[in-house]
Design a protein around this ligand. Sequence first.
Ligand SMILES: [Zn+2]
Length: 308
Amino acid sequence: MYVILVSAAHAWGLRGHRIVARIAENHLNETAQSQVKELLGSDTLTKVANEADSYRSDSKWKCAAPLHYVSIEDNEQYLTAEKHAQGDIVRAMFYFEDILRDEKSTKPMKAIALKWLVHLVGDIHQPLHVGRSCDRGGNSTKVRWFGSDSNLHKVWDSQLINHEELSYTEFADFLDKADQPRIEPSNYIAWSNEARQLRQQLYTCLAKDNCCERNAKRACKAPATEFGSCSAEAPELTVNVEYAYVEKNRELLNRQLLKAGLRLADLLNRIFAATPLSDQEKAARVAIEKIRRDAGDPVKDCVMQAVK
Ligand SMILES: [Zn+2]
């Protein structure tokens, strides 16, 4: 099977998704491993982790573009945020999980749902996939990346990861050590709110980082400057994203990749063991059902149309 590689505006890069999938593979229990094999055949989670991005070049999946992200403004939470008419990453994840849990789903449908879920657990841990709409999740926040034109979204999707010059296996092994965060019971709504909270750090540069030094008009005298095309000063301010920014954000980047991998493994272990939903997962589903009643089910409509 050919996978057409496209560079997309909204996606952890290829390596980011593979790191997440690789960490998850290290933590799948036997039941999940055999179910994954049953659904994917000789393919692995790592191999299929980017397939949902390759759908972008496929006209029948055009409707799925909004499923890779969600816009939540700074003072909002997922449930209160305005909903995209074509769906979002949170609703998509609930939908694909339910297909995997449903005994009546066909094997090809479950395989598609698994590929999507592996991909989206990665995306939702890239804090700019839970973006502000005013700068399209950092896509329109221009920055200079070691002297080249870039934007903040691209920095976080791929440039910070590639900067480490580790292969995805090396990166996964490096992150996946004994000292690990405990994976608490959670749900996709909580993950989106968490990413929304984390993203503020991504828009902050400190004067001591020299991240504004080439902005003559605005010398960045303030100890900390928030940048981004959502702020009024933005037209004068294109920050230099260089070593100091990389150092300052490395821990957050690594933590998100590791958490995504561990959460993905935990999720698949529970799905394939048919573990009953926790109370908070049930409560989240009630909230999602309400959104479906009010706004329809664009995720389902899109997937049904794409696979028919
Ligand atoms: Zn994506």
